[in-house]
Design a protein around this ligand. Structure first.
Ligand SMILES: [Cu+2]
Length: 158
């Protein structure tokens, strides 16, 4: 079977691109630890206040260097809107919404997740560099959406 030289070139280029793209996925998943944020649980928006974890949102130390942070999003605030952890901490965020769709994006990290009413979103990140990490809602949720922010302080030592 005769394949034109140009056509063969494009077939090879297409094949190489597929290998490069598959390689990028493999490297990001296994090399860089990039993972899809997941919905891990369900909670009715009207029952957030009585749901374990979300009834008393905030930071919990599981053991030294390992934390869980429960955040409740509602127009137009996060509860809590500030947490402080020591540098090197691995923090698992659990988030849910009391009203509409919100987002949770932490500057200078790859933490970026949707907060869907009725769902619990979970994402884990290790803060290896000290600093002030601002987070904000990235899903338009109404007039004061732009005020829906908070900070994660990552500090040296305890
Ligand atoms: Cu918003």
């Amino acid at each position: 079977m005769h394949i034109d030289r140009l056509e063969a070139t494009f077939l090879w280029l297409s094949g190489i691109m597929l290998v490069v793209f598959a390689g990028a996925i493999i490297v990001s998943v296994f090399g860089l630890g990039v993972q899809l944020p997941t919905q891990v649980d369900q909670v009715a928006p009207t029952e957030v206040d009585t749901e374990p974890g979300f009834s008393d949102p905030g930071l919990r130390e599981i053991y030294p260097g390992r934390y869980e942070a429960y955040f409740v999003a509602q127009a137009w605030q996060f509860t809590p809107n500030e947490i402080t952890v020591p540098v090197g901490s691995e923090v698992t965020f659990f988030l849910t919404s009391k009203d509409v769709l919100h987002g949770f994006k932490v500057f200078d990290t790859n933490v970026n997740i949707m907060i869907i009413p009725g769902q619990v979103s979970e994402v884990t990140y290790t803060f290896d560099e000290p600093g002030v990490y601002r987070f904000y809602c990235h899903e338009y949720c109404g007039a004061l959406h732009h005020t829906m922010t908070g900070v994660i302080n990552v500090v040296e030592g305890e």
